[in-house]
Write a protein that binds this ligand. Structure first.
Ligand SMILES: *Cc1c(COP(=O)(O)O)cnc(C)c1O
Length: 471
């Protein structure tokens, strides 16, 4: 499969290049040239299949031309070491719980898949990855991958985080041979629960505590990608959420959710019910994967993109105009995005690669997707209402999804919303809003008991560069 850039000014890339580079040369997002429909038999068998086999079928439809199928199966099975169950919250409304992974948020699936795919390309590629730097020192055994001539090659992933991305990426790549991850985070600006999820891991993960704010971390990372000397010395890549290997695997759990709903349809739900999927959205990667699933034939009737007060996409749906804004800080902070990257992919998908007019594209999008936007006040009110009437504990992100279904579901429809994070990840907020003491799952507790290891770094590119060069 070849991938083109949404900006149309970069050469086509194969999967390996799209994954290793992340972003195209023209700063556009990679899109697959074709999205194949899955065969009819697959949908007939779906309710009887388990999550892993469903995911493998979806993955081979996408990546099967570029990876040998045995390798792909190992990769998918190894990614999905946890379930994404569908849980009834109330009549006709179900939560797709995406928080059962190592860092208790849905980004685990994409990060784990991307780490393993990158490793696959390092290990099994017949030819070396372009520009792959050779490291002189071999003192760091963690994450090294030896090649025949005795030299070692290592891909270095740099990621700046304000909290959640760092933990998903660090844990997704933990222990993966041939890759070393540097997580840059702002000193004192990350909650203790978030910090322990990437500073206690050791192995091939190095946490770098920058004396600055998140934007400074991002600047250091961006400068590193542009620095010629560094790039000659070492292979650098990003694990940004716009990477095709991070966003596409999120389609797996929508097929699985549909299967589980169909399984229930004999008992609990009207057999002919139409399925509506509602995704709490920030950068729109997760819903974009659901929409790719729809293009592969997933029989979902319509989608809802639920936003917090950052309502740029909501406004686009209402008016046809897309006007990015600076992000606003909200209770559902992983969705505080004022210019969602994957907007470009969604437009590209429904304009048939820019061949339809903006009006026609908008018409197609609004016939399939509706929006919602909620203030912090409404998020808190929803969390309380849901807890009091059903006993289900929503996190602030999931609350947007739940409320949009409550408000928009029509007769004859059954709704699934993504519960994108475990409420314990936002324990202080959830406890004070609901007046309860949310239980911390054992795997989160384990991080909190680990020893913090991090490298102190001034907010200065030369210092960061010299640190990388001398490792
Ligand atoms: C990242 C994230 C989101 C938003 O997902 P996008 O793919 O960026 O739209 C929602 N909820 C949680 C908990 C997240 O971590």
């Amino acid at each position: 499969m070849q991938y083109y850039s949404t900006n149309h000014q970069a050469p086509m890339a194969d999967l390996r290049k799209a994954v290793v580079k992340g972003l195209a040369e023209d700063r556009g997002l990679y899109m697959p040239e074709e999205i194949y429909r899955l065969p009819e038999e697959f949908f007939q068998d779906l309710p009887q299949m388990d999550f892993k086999s469903i995911a493998y079928n979806v993955a081979s439809n996408f990546f099967g031309e570029d990876i040998d199928l045995d390798g792909l199966q190992d990769l998918v099975y190894d990614t999905l070491q946890f379930d994404c169950p569908v849980v009834k919250v109330k009549e006709n409304i179900y939560a797709l719980e995406l928080f059962h992974g190592p860092t208790l948020a849905f980004k685990d699936v994409g990060a784990r898949f991307m780490a393993r795919l990158l490793q696959y390309f390092i290990k099994y590629s017949p030819s070396p990855i372009e520009q792959l730097a050779t490291r002189k020192d071999t003192t760091d055994n963690n994450g090294q991958c030896s090649i025949a001539n005795g030299q070692s090659k290592l891909v270095n992933v740099l990621v700046a985080t304000s909290g959640d991305t760092g933990s998903a990426v660090a844990n997704g790549f933990l222990g993966v041979d041939g890759i070393h991850v540097y997580v840059l985070y702002p000193k004192g600006k990350v909650s203790p629960i978030q910090e322990c999820q990437f500073t206690t891991l050791g192995k091939n993960i190095t946490a770098i505590e920058v004396d600055g704010v998140f934007d400074d971390c991002q600047r250091l990372v961006k400068s590193a990608f542009m620095d010629e000397e560094l790039n000659k010395h070492m292979m650098l890549t990003s694990a940004n959420s716009i990477n095709v290997a991070r966003f596409l695997p999120q389609a797996f759990y929508y097929f699985n959710a549909y299967a589980r709903i169909k399984e229930l349809s004999n008992r609990e739900i009207g057999k002919s019910s139409d399925v509506v999927v509602c995704v709490p959205s920030g950068n729109f990667g997760n819903i974009c994967a659901a929409l790719f699933g729809h293009s592969m034939g997933l029989p979902v009737k319509r989608f809802i993109a639920a936003n917090n007060a950052n309502d740029v996409f909501y406004k686009y749906l209402q008016t046809g105009k897309y006007e990015p804004k600076p992000s606003k800080q909200t209770l559902a902070n992983a969705m505080d995005v004022g210019d969602p990257s994957n907007y470009a992919r969604i437009i590209n998908l429904y304009s048939n690669n820019d061949s339809l007019s903006p009006e026609e594209t908008h018409r197609r999008i609004t016939s399939l997707i509706s929006g919602a936007t909620y203030t912090d006040e409404q998020i808190m009110e929803t969390m309380r209402e849901c807890y009091q009437s059903t006993g289900y504990i929503l996190d602030p992100h999931g609350a947007c999804g739940y409320r949009a279904l409550v408000e928009q579901l029509q007769p004859g429809e059954v709704g699934i919303f993504c519960e994108t994070a475990h409420p314990a990840k936002f324990k202080e907020k959830v406890d004070s809003i609901l007046g309860i003491d949310v239980e911390i799952p054992a795997r989160l507790r384990a991080f909190m008991e680990g020893e913090k290891q991090s490298v102190a770094m001034p907010n200065d590119f030369e210092a960061f560069k010299s640190y990388l060069l001398n490792r």
